[in-house]
Design a protein around this ligand. Structure first.
Ligand SMILES: C[S@@+](CC[C@H](N)C(=O)[O-])C[C@H]1O[C@@H](n2cnc3c(N)ncnc32)[C@H](O)[C@@H]1O
Length: 172
């Protein structure tokens, strides 16, 4: 590499970032609606903060604590509590939101072909072991798949969600 690279210091990075957490923009929501591992929620929360998205999660007994533990941000990101995931999804759809599933599915658009979100979008992530449940598939307007060429069957759910969030936010 001919160009000198200098890593930016924590102080420089802090100066570039917002002083306050962004308010709820409600235009892009990451929805891990069937969460299993708390660590993935913390990872997604950081990506939501980075791209200006909200996170939508059911208030399972362990979820508030998992989010608090995973929140290493200076200011907490915006959390929407969903209650029953299917009922919440149906209500958001009835309100006119675009419901985008992130899943390995037939008929899915490839990540490279996914345009940035131009209307309010809910990005639905599946259960870590069983994916998006069949009864939720009917509520999806579109599905996006991240192509893979390795031996693994799927990506970690927080990694998959983060890649799609960057695309939807128009930041990649
Ligand atoms: C570990 S995967 C579940 C695997 C799989 N659907 C199943 O039933 O075995 C958990 C979630 O991560 C997301 N995911 C993982 N890899 C993905 C990929 N390559 N493309 C799209 N979504 C992916 C999906 O939301 C999926 O439901």
């Amino acid at each position: 590499m001919s160009r000198a690279v200098r890593v930016r210091s924590p102080r420089e990075l802090r100066a570039e970032r917002r002083r306050r957490g962004h308010r709820c923009w409600d235009h892009l929501l990451a929805a891990p609606l069937w969460p299993l591992h708390g660590a993935n929620l913390g990872t997604l929360l950081r990506t939501c903060d980075a791209v200006g998205a909200c996170i939508a999660v059911p208030r399972f007994s362990w979820v508030p604590e998992a989010l608090a533990r995973g929140n290493t941000l200076r200011r907490p990101a915006c959390v929407h509590w969903t209650g029953d995931p299917l009922g919440w999804l149906a209500a958001r759809r009835a309100d006119g939101d675009r419901i985008l599933g992130v899943e390995l599915a037939e008929g899915a658009v490839r990540l490279a072909d996914l345009p940035m979100a131009r209307s309010r979008t809910v990005m639905v992530l599946g259960h870590e072991q069983t994916g998006i449940p069949p009864e939720a598939l009917d509520l999806l307007d579109q599905v996006v798949e991240i192509p893979m060429i390795g031996t693994g069957a799927s990506l970690n759910v927080a990694v998959a969600g983060s890649l799609v969030l960057y695309k939807l936010a128009g930041m990649s």
